[in-house]
Design a protein around this ligand. Structure first.
Ligand code: MN
Length: 287
């Protein structure tokens, strides 16, 4: 049974926040899963990590973790000392998630975000190779701790290493470890893929998690992403992972800045009811 989830930052202006209010409310809005910021989780002590996990259990909620590694932790860096820092940071995040019972870490875990290729370089091959090398080190470490690492396929304006489903499959074949899988996101797919359905079928068994968003990152069900084509493809590959919506509609703060919300996307948004309506849309159209 596919789970329906939401990313906490829908409600926040900053990435680093207290997660408790979101753990307490998203179940009541119709969600089975809540995605948190893995970078914040690392900074909490084991006591607090266990408290969040216990609270999620009380609410019947699965937790997952998203991260866009920052440049000082770039696991695809050609500078070995930076790459090692990135590996250390990822290992600490895997340790934290292990304390919380294991689960999925997804996002830019294979490079940094936002990133474009350094000036003067014409080929991404050296970064690709470093990235694969890092994931081959991290995947066994994650597997021993019941953590799954999901590499998110991102559009060209945010990352340069794995931009589409063809590259995702090639990357999976090179990493070749069951604890490293793929996360597709309809917002990024809309920019890079020739076909939503073909991309999902191509990634097939490597697809462990799916992010939902419209072309402008509004709530799923409010725009022109071809949800029925996507559902058919998810059914064809027997997808039973989480579908986590990742809408952003608020201007302001570091979240608004990083996402590029420069206009009023929704007038006087009632975020809780918008989330509930969209959860219902996903249940009716993608399950
Ligand atoms: Mn995403």
């Amino acid at each position: 049974m596919r789970k329906v989830g939401i990313y906490y930052a829908f409600w926040t202006h900053e990435w680093d926040v207290d997660f408790i209010p979101f753990i307490r409310k998203v179940g009541k809005l119709g969600f089975d899963q809540l995605e948190l910021n893995g970078g914040t989780i690392v900074t909490l002590g084991a006591g607090k990590q266990r408290e969040l996990k216990a609270m999620a259990d009380e609410e019947g909620l699965t937790l997952s973790y998203g991260i866009g590694l920052q440049k000082p932790f770039d696991v695809a860096s050609l500078d070995e000392s930076v790459r090692r820092k990135g590996l250390d940071f990822m290992q600490r995040m895997i340790d934290a998630v292990a304390i919380m019972g294991g689960g999925m870490i997804g996002g830019t875990i294979h490079g940094y975000w936002p990133a474009s290729m350094p000036v003067g370089m014409d080929s991404k091959q050296p970064f690709w190779d470093q990235s694969v090398k890092s994931m081959r080190e991290l995947a066994p470490y994650a597997a021993q701790r019941e953590v799954l690492l999901n590499v998110e396929v991102l559009n060209r304006f945010e990352q340069f290493i794995v931009n589409d489903s063809h590259e995702a499959v090639a990357y999976m074949q090179q990493v070749d470890h069951p604890a490293c899988r793929i996360l597709l996101d309809t917002f990024h797919m809309n920019i890079e893929e020739d076909s939503f359905g073909d991309a999902i079928r191509r990634v097939g068994p490597y697809l462990a998690a799916f992010h939902l968003g419209e072309t402008n990152r509004k709530m799923p069900g409010t725009g022109r992403i071809p949800w029925s084509e996507i559902k058919l493809a998810l059914d064809d590959i027997g997808f039973d992972g989480p579908m986590v919506m990742e809408p952003f509609v608020m201007q302001g703060g570091q979240v608004g800045r990083d996402i590029g919300v420069w206009r009023e996307l929704v007038k006087d948004p009632d975020l809780d009811s918008m989330a509930a309506v969209s959860a219902e849309f996903v249940r009716n159209n993608l399950m």
